[in-house]
Design a protein around this ligand. Sequence first.
Ligand code: AMP
Length: 419
Amino acid sequence: MEIRNVKGTHDIFGEETKIYDYVIDVFSRLCKRYGASHIVIPTIEHTELFQRGVGEGSDVVRKEMYTFEDKGGRLITLRPEFTAGIVRSFIQNKFYVNDLPCRLFYHGSVFRYERPQQGRYRQFNQLGVEFLGSDNFFVDVETISLAFSFLKKLGLDKNVIVKINSLGDLETRNNYRQALKDYFAQHLSNMCEDCQSRYELNPLRILDCKVDADRAYIEKAPSISTFLSPQSSKRFNDTIEALKQLEIPFEIDQTLVRGLDYYSEVVYEIHIKNANEGAIGAGGHYSTLIEELGGPKMSGVGFSFGLERLVSLFAAKSNLSQQAVKDEIDVYIMPIGDGVHSHALKIAQYLRDNNISSEICLEKTKLGNMFKKAQKRNAKFALIVGEDEIKNQTVQLKNLSTTEQIEVKIADILNKIKE
Ligand code: AMP
């Protein structure tokens, strides 16, 4: 019987891989321009890291983790997100003794046991940043600016909006949590089961409920803005002013609370304009996570994009995506006659060693057919080599856009191509 892929996973191949590589490349280059360096962390971590880091009250930890006991009896989890693992690494490797903030970026797969549907997988890819070790609101703004510049580079900035909110400091959230409990107590018996358990574990998460019948109660719930402490309120206003100066389009969304428990102060999501789909990226500030995981008392901020959602949006909406999938080679080599192939192989290796992509026509066929193949591969040059050329240590080089053909010495091929 044929063995199929596991439900909720998917293969990425062909043109799609080119778009994935392109998007990751654009992101990596941009992150470096912001002074961030690439971090690669393990796919598996101790389960406790996510229980303590992401929080027992979050859906991710309560229902969605891939957890197993390894042969040594340790409880291990496939990472359901990156932040907790990166903070663990920041603490363990004492990155905090260096100049701060420590700016890191990442990409890789994450695992969540969710109900698979369009754009929602059980193994998917995220890319994002964590800027660690500074409490300055400018660092929060820097991450939003990076996320927006990234979308601009992909030609998607006109299609997106940043939704932003403040969850305030601990005092704000304690007061607000109590106000929400008082308010929802009267409606809870009419609300969904998930909201009933959220009421006990983390009433702020009720605001995130997508069940239509519950939305009517949620819309009338008290708003967090009236509970913000003076410091949190000033911090939020300063953030918003900075976004205006940077001309980043945003809207304040008082019901935005984010699904992971570690956030405080500013939280944000990036949405496609006028669409009801979920966010394509999301992030926020965290004041206590580093300390809770055994590190010094320091803040951090980060965001994460879902690569699958980003790639499908990029392929459908951006005119740059044609460029990402354009597959072209520099030189198509056409060996004519017997015993010429090994010579052609040497020329191909010489070109590749000098950063010129090349492919050899391996089929014995007419020259006309070879030109058709070169055209299909979007080759810039055709390089024809036969017995006479071997004798003379030359090749025929044809520029396929101008159709000019010249005989050149092998040693001169590189110069001619670069010209
Ligand atoms: P989160 O870590 O939950 O804040 O999610 C960050 C981003 O990851 C979201 O905005 C989505 O784009 C993406 N994402 C989250 N869950 C999934 C999933 N199950 N499948 C595909 N993408 C996802």
